[in-house]
Design a protein around this ligand. Structure first.
Ligand SMILES: C[S@@+](CC[C@H](N)C(=O)[O-])C[C@H]1O[C@@H](n2cnc3c(N)ncnc32)[C@H](O)[C@@H]1O
Length: 347
C-alpha cells in the first residue's frame, strides 16, 4: 500500500467529515492489517484484494447460519460515527463489537489513550488482538465478553461506542460512563438501527443513518424478523412525493418515531437491489401498508390504516422532512434495557 493510496482512501471515506483528527486516523491506520479475507454467505473465504480493502464497503469476515456474524463496517459509516462521538485526546473509550479491531485502532489513533474493545466471539478477539499488535496499537485491549456487561474491570469511560445493532442500552454502560460522558450506538427503531447518542441524564438524540448486523445475547433487539411480503399484482399504488434512499431512511425514522407499528419487510420487486428492505406499517391482524420510494402500497390493509399512514407521511413532509438528527428522546427502563421513548422534534 502506498501512502498515496491510503491518503486517497482516507479523503474519499471521510468526504462528509470535518473533524481533522478522524481524517488523519484513516490516513494513518492501514485497513489491510485488519482484513485479510472475506467470506461469502456459504462461509467460503477468499483472500481480500487491495482494491477491496480500500473501497468504501463493509467486508464480511465471518458468517454463521448464512448470515454475517462479523465484519469490518463500511469506512464512511465508521468515519461518520467517530465524528459524532466527538472524541478528544485523552478520552478513555469502550467499544462493543471488536470485529477486526480496525475501528478500535482508529479510536486509539485519535485519542492517544487506552481503548477497551469487547467481542462475544473468542476467535474474533484473537484475530483482532494479533492485528492490533501488528500495527503497534498497544493502547487497545481486546476482551472476549458479552458487551451487555460492558467492561466492568476497566471503566469509567468518557465514550462508549457500539458497532453492532442493539435493542437498547444496558444498565452497566451507564454505570461505567463518566459523568460528562456519551454513548453512541445503533439502536433498534422500527426495524432499522440508526445510531443514537445518549448522555448520563438519559437524553437521547438521532445521530447517524445506519444499519448493522444484530448483537447476540441480551443486547439483541426484540422484534427483528424481516418477514417477506408480496404486493398484489397489479399493486394498488398511491403516489407520494419521491425520495432518494437517504431521504427515505429519514422518513422511515420519522414514521417509527410516531408509530410503533412500523417494521422492516423484504418486498419482492419493490427496490432495484434485492437486499433493500421496506418500511411497513402493520396493524396486527389488519394488513399492512408498504412505504415505497414514491408510493404507498396497501397489502390487505383497510382504508383506515391507509388514511393513517398517508397522514403520517404528510406530517413528515409538512415538518420539512426532518432528518434523523432532528429527533430527540428520553431513555426509560424496560425489559433489562434502557429504551428510547417520547420522540420529539427539536431545532
Ligand atoms: C460489525 S462487527 C464490528 C466491526 C468492528 N468494530 C471493526 O472495526 O471491524 C460486529 C461485532 O459485534 C460482535 N458482537 C455481537 N454481539 C455481541 C455482544 N453481545 N457483545 C459483544 N460483541 C458482540 C460480533 O461478534 C461482531 O464481531
Amino acid at each position: 500500500m502506498t501512502d498515496d493510496r491510503l491518503h486517497r482512501y482516507a479523503t474519499n471515506v471521510t468526504a462528509g467529515v470535518s473533524d481533522r483528527a478522524v481524517v488523519d486516523a484513516f490516513a494513518r491506520v492501514p485497513r489491510e492489517y485488519f482484513v485479510h479475507r472475506v467470506v461469502d454467505p456459504d462461509g467460503r473465504a477468499t483472500a481480500v484484494t487491495p482494491e477491496q480493502v480500500y473501497t468504501d464497503e463493509a467486508l464480511v469476515t465471518r458468517v454463521s447460519d448464512g448470515r454475517p456474524s462479523s465484519s469490518s463496517s463500511q469506512p464512511s459509516l465508521m468515519a461518520d460515527m467517530l465524528e459524532k462521538l466527538r472524541l478528544r485526546p485523552g478520552h478513555r473509550v469502550l467499544e462493543v463489537g471488536t470485529g477486526t479491531g480496525y475501528n478500535a485502532a482508529l479510536i486509539a489513533a485519535i485519542t492517544g489513550a487506552p481503548v477497551v474493545t469487547v467481542d462475544v466471539q473468542p476467535d474474533v478477539v484473537a484475530d483482532a488482538t494479533a492485528a492490533l499488535a501488528r500495527v503497534g496499537a498497544d493502547s487497545v485491549t481486546a476482551v472476549n465478553a458479552d458487551g451487555y456487561l460492558g467492561a466492568p474491570d476497566h471503566g469509567p469511560f468518557d465514550r462508549i461506542i457500539a458497532t453492532v445493532g442493539i435493542g437498547g442500552v444496558p444498565p452497566a454502560w451507564f454505570d461505567q460512563l463518566a459523568p460528562d460522558g456519551m454513548i453512541l450506538a445503533p439502536i433498534e427503531h422500527g426495524g432499522i438501527q440508526p445510531c443514537l447518542t445518549v448522555t448520563p441524564d438519559l437524553a437521547g438524540r438521532g445521530a447517524v443513518r445506519s444499519g448493522f448486523m444484530l448483537a447476540a445475547g441480551a443486547l439483541h433487539p426484540r422484534a427483528t424478523a424481516t418477514l417477506p411480503m408480496t404486493l398484489p399484482d397489479p399493486p394498488d399504488a398511491v403516489p407520494v412525493p419521491p425520495l432518494d434512499p437517504n431521504r427515505y431512511y429519514a422518513l422511515w425514522f420519522g414514521l417509527a418515531a410516531r408509530d410503533d407499528r412500523v417494521e422492516r419487510r423484504t418486498v419482492d420487486g419493490l427496490f432495484e437491489k434485492p437486499w433493500q428492505t421496506a418500511c411497513t406499517v402493520t396493524e396486527p391482524g389488519g394488513g399492512s401498508v408498504v412505504v415505497g420510494l414514491d408510493a404507498l402500497y396497501p397489502v390487505g390493509a383497510d382504508a383506515g390504516l391507509m388514511t393513517q399512514v398517508r397522514a403520517l407521511v404528510g406530517e413528515w413532509h409538512a415538518a420539512g422532512g426532518p432528518e434523523v438528527w432532528d429527533w430527540h428522546c428520553r431513555f426509560t427502563f424496560g425489559d433489562g434495557l434502557w429504551l428510547p421513548t417520547g420522540w420529539r422534534l427539536e431545532p
